[in-house]
Design a protein around this ligand. Structure first.
Ligand code: HEC
Length: 187
């Protein structure tokens, strides 16, 4: 009997990191929904009321504000990254770079972008973190190309460069990977 309960206890221990990771994956997916679910309408609303020149300001203030709010409520670190980043804090770190490159390879292989996500326990120095990353695509019938495309109006271009002198986030086409949601939390 003692043996059996010991066995169960050690099984429980062996299994717990896995269920832990699953739980974190579910949480991260929920946070993507929250983040995207607040960002998209805010952008749509700004585009309708003021057009892309005005909406740049909304992207600049609203996106970080929504991220901060969700981070505060969830205790996750909430960020967006891109190989060609616009926001200075959107530069990917080593892990994010590897994942973004993996998504590019998956896209080139014809895989469905809906599956471009990855959750993992990552050890950084002495500390363990759960990290989650999910590709953000330039979708069809979305306003992205006004501000991230190849044919940006001069007024929009100017406003972007005023706010982001080191902007790299232009030249995109529909179906490309614009960047990723990248979330982490300490374990
Ligand atoms: C009105 C202009 C505008 C439109 C339209 C727009 N963006 Fe952006 N985008 C920005 C600005 C400005 C930033 C920088 C935000 C910041 O300072 O955090 C940004 C940042 C991003 C980032 C974070 C990474 C980075 O490079 O800073 C992603 C990902 C992104 N946009 C994706 C999209 C997608 C996908 C669409 C279409 C659904 C879209 N954007 C539409 C202006 C725009």
């Amino acid at each position: 009997m003692k043996k059996l309960s010991l066995l169960i206890a050690s099984l429980g221990l062996a299994l717990s990191p896995i269920s832990h990771a699953d739980e974190n994956l579910q949480q991260a997916r929920e946070l993507v929904k929250q983040f995207g679910g607040q960002l998209q309408p805010a952008l749509g609303q700004a585009m309708r009321s003021g057009g892309p020149v005005e909406a740049i300001e909304v992207c600049k203030t609203k996106a970080p504000e929504i991220a901060r709010q969700i981070a505060k409520e969830s205790n996750w670190d909430i960020n967006r990254v891109s190989m060609k980043n616009r926001a200075p804090n959107a530069e990917p770190d080593a892990w994010e770079r590897i994942m973004l490159q993996r998504f590019e390879a998956q896209l080139a292989a014809g895989e469905d972008p809906k599956t471009f996500e990855h959750g993992a326990i990552v050890h950084d120095g002495g500390k363990a973190e759960y990290r989650y990353i999910r590709a953000v695509m330039i979708g069809e019938n979305q306003p992205c190309l006004h501000c991230h495309g190849t044919d940006i109006s001069p007024a929009v271009k100017q406003k972007i460069l005023d706010a982001y002198p080191n902007d790299k986030a232009t030249g995109y086409q529909v179906g490309q990977i614009r960047g990723a949601f990248s979330f982490k939390k300490p374990l």
